[in-house]
Design a binder for this molecule. Structure first.
Ligand SMILES: Nc1ncnc2c1ncn2[C@@H]1O[C@H](COP(=O)(O)OP(=O)(O)OP(=O)(O)O)[C@@H](O)[C@H]1O
Ligand SMILES: [Mg+2]
Length: 258
């Protein structure tokens, strides 16, 4: 079993798209997968085709003081693909979390009873280094970092790496940075190509996801690119990354060159 946080404090770098596609790809490969939507925008919940406000039990019930057991808060998307949904406005709960002892380990404790029912647990983090992201990184075995191929997103990596290092030192020494995924890549833009080169040189680059309309196409029906357009470049890259996660060898031998 592997718990993987998909994290970047920068907004709009395809964290949710990555979580969704990897989750579906891992499930299609026969793995048992739990998705956790940890973002108050509830984008992952919406992406899989659920209505956040219609859910009886959500991540709030899991994390709040004296909350419900996580097993009662899991929605079944299909036999081997499950989700804990989020809900708009987690802010009051974040305040409550901050006031608690062991505030970094709330999600870790909540996951324990179901952890071994799954091969993979993927956590979609919010675009802040908030207590929610810290909870995700504190219970994860590994972190995947989607990065948009632009200069500001690239510069934002330093802050994320510092936070990850601090969590490794203080809370979760087992946390491993699995690698970086370049996202929203536009081959025609010189800046994108330059940043991709830097990511390739300085990081363990696991995949390059092009900016393509197909990424959004299935969203109205709750479909990820990997199921809606399995032959697309996006689907192939995400499936290749899923295969690396399954093999436990997060190293890309041959990388797409654009
Ligand atoms: N490869 C792609 N090609 C085109 N559009 C994409 C691609 N990947 C993601 N998008 C779109 O970019 C936007 C941001 O993606 P996404 O919501 O996954 O990012 P995020 O990092 O989760 O954002 P936030 O920080 O707000 O949570 C969405 O509209 C999404 O549909
Ligand atoms: Mg998101």
């Amino acid at each position: 079993m592997k718990v993987i946080a998909i994290a970047n404090q920068k907004g709009g770098v395809a964290k949710t798209t990555t979580t969704h596609n990897l989750g579906v790809a891992l499930a299609a490969a026969g793995k048992k997968v739990l998705l956790i939507d940890l973002d108050s925008q509830a984008s992952l919940t919406i992406s899989v085709g659920l209505e956040p406000l219609e859910m009886q039990r959500t991540i709030v019930d899991v994390l709040k003081k004296d909350g419900a057991p996580i097993s009662e808060c899991i929605q079944r998307l299909r036999d081997n693909l499950h989700i804990v949904t989020s809900i708009i406005d987690l802010a009051p709960m974040e305040m409550e979390m901050l006031s608690r002892a062991s505030r970094e380990k709330i999600l870790d404790r909540a996951l324990k009873p179901v952890k071994y029912n799954y091969d993979f647990i993927l956590i979609d983090c919010p675009p802040q280094l908030s207590i929610l992201t810290i909870n995700a990184l504190s219970c994860a075995d590994g972190v995947l970092i989607p990065v948009k191929t632009d200069y500001l997103a690239y510069r934002g990596l330093t802050q994320l790496q510092d936070s990850i290092q601090e969590i490794q030192e203080l809370i979760n020494p087992d946390l491993k940075v699995l690698g970086v995924i370049a996202t929203l890549y536009d081959t025609r833009v010189a800046d994108d190509r330059e940043i991709l080169e830097l990511l390739r040189k300085e990081h363990n680059l696991l995949g390059v996801i092009k900016r393509l309309a197909v990424a959004k196409k299935g969203l109205y029906e709750g479909l990820a690119a990997v199921e809606q357009a399995p032959d697309s470049q996006i689907a192939r890259e995400y499936s290749a990354i899923a295969d690396m996660l399954i093999s436990g060898r997060e190293k890309r031998e041959e990388l797409y060159n654009g």
